[in-house]
Each structure stands twice: as C-alpha cells, then as structure tokens.
Design a protein around this ligand. Structure first.
Ligand SMILES: Nc1ncnc2c1ncn2[C@@H]1O[C@H](COP(=O)(O)OP(=O)(O)OP(=O)(O)O)[C@@H](O)[C@H]1O
Ligand SMILES: [Mg+2]
Length: 246
C-alpha cells in the first residue's frame, strides 16, 4: 500500500481540494483507494457527504482499530475514513506514547492488505503528527500558492524532511490556486517551477474548485469536462508517475 500525504504547514493552500480530487482520480484508475481525513475540521468527509460513526474517535484510531469505521463513498474503489473532533489532540497523544518510532506506520499497517493507495488529507500545522506523517508517507505532496509566504513554508518543509533524515525525493510540490494574471504568481513560478521537486502540473484558481463545497463531489463528477477536472486528472497522473519512480 502506497501512502500519499497531502501536506503543508500552511492553511488554505488547497490540500483538501487536492486530496479529494486525487483520491477520486486514483480510484477511477482502478486502484482500491482509502482517503483518510486526518484534519479534525472534517472537510474531506464533508466533500464526500460522509459523517463519522458516533463511536469513532482518536482512541480507536491510535489502537489501529480502523476497519469498522471506514465508510464507502458513492464511487467504485473509493472508501473514506472520516476524522473526529478529538483528532485535534493527535499530536499530544502521540507524544504521550513516547514520540519515538512510527506509530502511524503501525496504525496504517492494519489496512495495508485492503488498499493499494492511502491518501491522507493533513491538517495545517507543523507538529509531531506532521513529522510522523512525513515519515510514514511514501510521497508527500505539497500544494504551493505561488507567493513569497508559501515558498517560505515549502523551504521550511525541506528543512524538516532533512532534520527527519527523510529522503528528499519523496517530497513533491505543485503550484496551487494559480492566477497567471498576477505578476507575483508568474514570477514565482518562473523562479522556482524548474526545480526538480516541482511537478509540471499546476492547479489554477478556478470557481469550479470553490464550488465543490456546494456540489460536494470531486470536480471530475460535478463538472467532468471542466478545466478543473482536467487539471486534477493531469496532477494525479504526474503524482503517480513520480511515486512509481521511488
Ligand atoms: N484551485 C482552486 N481554485 C479556487 N478555489 C480553491 C482552489 N483550491 C482550493 N480552493 C478553495 O480555497 C479554500 C481552501 O481550500 P482547501 O480547503 O482545499 O485548503 P486546505 O489547504 O485544505 O485548507 P486547511 O489548511 O484549512 O485544511 C476552499 O474554500 C476551497 O474551495
Ligand atoms: Mg484542509
């Protein structure tokens, strides 16, 4: 089972939109896929119209007792593990368990025979949980809005992966919410886009992505022939190819 984390310490950069649409693309390519909503805000579950079961919480998650709480989506090959409000203290709980070793790898090992790909929608922070996610993932996909502060967060992520002694090759970035009419966006892409860590695919700033909150479906379902659907399909292909190289 490949673990693909959609991660950035920065909030509102398009992580959830990416996780939701890549998970759909992955499932549609015939791979049994689980989207795991690690963010207590619960946006990924919301987009897939899924509520967690009452009895699910951080404790069940940490025990690795995931299967009873996994829900089917409306789409073939795609299941979702909803988050819980108690996930906001996952980093503290991991710390209390000693912080060493990779608890997340152990937890996800419980489902590795069931799924070919696990996609994690991560919360926006840089905590012990983020470190465990980066260590457990085979690929860390990070959306970068082409602005100074997003580039700064990306540089911090590289620093963190180095500190964790994680292979830099598993870190991939792409430009998110791109508006080519803005000089800062074009200039930033021109300056950083050629770096190996950046994928060629980018996701433009598009109303169809924003409207996912209304349709509560991946864009490939709500607006299949749109620029948004094409952009995410392209991104998925590139992410998968990059992962296959590792
Ligand atoms: N390409 C895009 N074009 C237009 N709007 C977008 C795009 N990507 C995301 N959005 C919108 O921007 C907002 C933030 O996106 P999203 O929730 O995916 O970011 P996030 O990084 O997961 O945020 P958080 O850090 O809070 O989890 C949402 O309202 C979403 O609809
Ligand atoms: Mg999010």
């Amino acid at each position: 089972m490949k673990i693909i984390a959609i991660y950035s310490s920065k909030g509102g950069v398009g992580k959830t939109a990416t996780a939701v649409n890549l998970a759909y693309g992955c499932a549609r390519s015939g791979r049994k896929t689980l989207l795991c909503d690690m963010d207590p805000q619960g946006a990924a579950g919301y987009y897939y119209r899924i509520r967690p079961k009452e009895s699910f919480n951080r404790k069940q998650f940490l025990k690795g007792d995931l299967e009873p709480f996994i829900r089917g989506t409306d789409y073939e090959n795609l299941d979702l593990l909803p988050t819980h409000f108690s996930f906001r203290h996952l980093d503290i709980a991991l710390d209390e368990r000693g912080g060493a070793g990779n608890e997340l790898k152990r937890i996800f090992a419980c489902i590795e025979d069931e799924y070919e790909v696990l996609i994690l929608d991560c919360p926006p922070n840089m905590t012990l949980l983020s470190e465990k996610i980066i260590m457990a993932a085979d690929l860390v996909v990070t959306p970068v809005i082409p602005t100074t502060l997003s580039i700064l967060s990306f540089a911090q992520l590289i620093k963190l992966t180095d500190k964790l002694e994680v292979n830099r090759k598993k870190l991939v970035a792409f430009f998110s919410m791109v508006d080519r009419r803005k000089n800062m966006h074009s200039d930033t892409i021109a300056k950083f886009g050629k770096k190996k860590m950046f994928l060629a695919s980018e996701i433009p700033y598009l109303a169809d992505v924003e409207k996912m909150g209304l349709y509560r479906q991946p864009v490939a379902v709500s607006v299949p022939s749109s620029a948004a659907a094409t952009a995410y399909a392209q991104l998925w292909l590139e992410v998968w190819r990059r992962g296959a190289l590792l």
